[in-house]
Design a protein around this ligand. Structure first.
Ligand code: GUN
Ligand code: FE
Length: 452
């Protein structure tokens, strides 16, 4: 073993791997060998027949190789590019109103309760556990305006080993709930405290994200300050855009000097290549061009768009404009915290558009698989670390057994990997997800520390 590379191999897996690449929406590697080093990075990907050669080069013994079963495969962990952690507390309810009424009636009263750290701890633990075991290895979270509870969310994602962007929400106007609002000064100071304290913890997989709730909740002055904070510290930014027609109309009234909703954020330096904006159902082609030019991305949240009757995002048109795109659950506007649901609702949305206009091009499931994995990592500018199986990236992966006993899928015979993936995406659930890995570490099933 004298020519062993500098990093030691910790795990070797053999079997079918499916993932998306820049070139192909679905690449299938049958009887592949993948090695993960002690830092959780993918050290090599080879073919089964190269086993002897690889074991010599990388210095592992054949007994260390984990062999997948017949109906199993590894796929990259899924990336939820937009989820509200506090709203998990009422997920699956309260879907009977359009967006702005829904926010005032349900959302703000519930979010105001997260001043209570005990309540926050309970809900945030539940949402991180639920998303992880449904295969979300990376999540981009909105918390609430409360700095300490937002820091707690960062701690919980770190404890469970989920990769996360966490945002303390900023809002200084238009709110139905008296105490659920900040002054501009509080919002600015608390954002800085949140960022400094989160970075100070040095959690390896958790990053802060500057989070103006949306243009209707923030004065221009606050948007400008948040744009400056993000720029000076080279931080991620997240918000909402063009979700519902009434919202778009009110933004035009509140910001008459701006040419469009997109232009409002652009003016305040909030559209960067580290920005992700949720929804974008009603953006014009010019606005999509501005997204492409600035490198900002969109998060498609189809369950929420349907549940709140907000609109139908034309994904083909977004991709035609070469705007980076990921998928989001948008809990609790979206009632499901599972990215498998986001995949299905994305396909449904395409089909609704095709029903309305037979010329509309429906996406193949492979393309939606790409959006849920590599697309999401690109939308969050994390694609140098995660999103697919490339040497040097972190091993963020799901071990899927399509024929898991007691699971939702019946298989009569062995089927080809592409069919197994399609069945899992359409019919599968957490019973099919045998193991979840983030940065090489197995985080599901939960360990003693993370079990209830
Ligand atoms: N726009 C502003 N806040 C929210 C929110 O919490 N959920 C959704 N879906 N849209 C928003
Ligand atoms: Fe949202």
């Amino acid at each position: 073993n004298s020519n062993r590379p500098s990093t030691a191999i910790a795990h070797i897996y053999r079997g079918t791997f499916v993932h998306a690449t820049e070139q192909t929406a679905l690449q299938i590697l049958e009887d592949a060998l993948l090695g993960v080093d002690t830092e959780g990075k993918i050290a090599f990907i080879g073919k089964g027949e190269e086993l002897d050669k690889l074991s010599q080069t990388f210095g592992f013994s054949l007994s260390e190789v984990t062999q997948l079963a017949q109906h199993e495969f590894f796929m990259p962990g899924m990336v939820d590019t937009h989820i509200h952690a506090p709203q998990y507390s009422y997920a699956g309810t309260a879907l009977d109103m359009p967006l702005l009424q829904w926010l005032n009636t349900y959302t703000f009263p519930v979010e105001s309760r997260f001043k209570d750290l005990k309540f926050a701890q309970e809900v945030y633990t539940q949402v991180v556990r639920r998303t992880l075991r449904n295969g979300t290895t990376t999540a981009c979270y909105f918390a609430t305006i409360h700095t300490d509870a937002s820091l707690l969310l960062g701690q919980i994602t770190n404890d469970f080993g989920q990769r996360a962007l966490v945002g303390k929400v900023c809002m200084d106007r238009n709110n139905s709930v008296k105490h659920y609002k900040e002054t501009i000064q509080e919002s600015q100071e608390e954002t800085c405290r949140f960022i400094a304290e989160l970075l100070d913890k040095k959690y390896p997989l958790v990053k802060p994200v500057v989070t103006p709730r949306f243009a209707l909740s923030c004065t221009g002055a606050l948007l400008g300050q948040l744009g400056a904070i993000a720029k000076n510290n080279n931080l991620h930014i997240q918000s909402h855009i063009s979700e519902n027609m009434e919202e778009v109309k009110l933004v035009k009234e509140l910001f008459p000097e701006s040419e469009s909703y997109t232009d409002v954020y652009h003016k305040y330096n909030l559209l960067t290549d580290k920005t992700v904006m949720a929804h974008g159902c009603h953006l014009s082609d010019e606005e999509l061009n501005l997204f492409r030019e600035t490198g900002a991305s969109l998060s498609h949240c189809p369950n929420s768009n349907i549940s709140l009757c907000s609109g139908l995002l034309n994904v083909s048109n977004v991709l035609k404009h070469k705007v980076k795109l990921g998928l989001g659950t948008d809990v609790a506007g979206g009632y499901s915290a599972s990215m498998l649901d986001a995949v299905r609702r994305t396909l449904d949305t395409c089909k609704f558009l095709t029903i309305q206009d037979p010329e509309h091009h429906t996406l193949p499931f492979e393309e939606v698989f790409r959006l849920a994995t590599l697309g999401g990592s690109q939308a969050l500018s994390l694609d140098n670390q995660t999103g697919n199986f490339e040497v040097g990236k972190d091993f963020d992966a799901l071990r899927v057994n399509v024929a898991a006993p007691g699971g939702p899928i019946d298989l009569i015979q062995h089927e080809e990997p592409k069919i197994l993936l399609e069945k899992f995406l359409n019919l599968g659930d957490d019973r099919n997800i045998m193991e979840v890995y983030v940065a090489g570490r197995r985080v599901v099933p939960f360990t003693e520390q993370t079990a209830e």
